[in-house]
Ligand binder design. Structure first.
Ligand code: ZN
Length: 85
C-alpha cells in the first residue's frame, strides 16, 4: 500500500516541470527545457525581467505556489549576488 502511494506521488511530480519565460524583442518566449525545480529554471533566465512558470502535462501553464515563488526569489537574489561579485 505504501509503495502504491509513493509511485502515485512520483508519477504526478514528473508530469509537472518548470520553464524560464522572458521577453525577446517584445515577444514572450520560454526555454525548451523541462526543469525539475524552480532554481534550475531561474538559472536559465538570460536577462533581468524573466520569470518561471510551472507546466503541467506539457501544456497547462500554472502560477507558482507560494513556496515555489519564495524559491524563485531566493534563486534570483543569489544570482544578483554572484553577478555583483
Ligand atoms: Zn531552461
Amino acid at each position: 500500500m505504501t509503495l502504491f502511494i509513493t509511485l502515485r506521488v512520483r508519477s504526478s511530480n514528473t508530469s509537472r516541470y518548470f520553464v524560464a519565460v522572458y521577453t525577446d524583442s517584445s515577444c514572450m518566449v520560454g526555454c525548451d527545457h523541462k526543469h525539475e525545480n524552480v532554481t534550475a529554471a531561474a538559472a536559465c533566465i538570460p536577462q533581468a525581467g524573466g520569470y518561471v512558470v510551472a507546466v503541467r502535462h506539457g501544456k497547462v501553464y500554472q502560477q507558482l505556489t507560494a513556496a515555489e515563488e519564495a524559491e524563485f526569489q531566493r534563486a534570483m537574489s543569489r544570482c544578483e549576488e554572484n553577478c555583483a561579485a
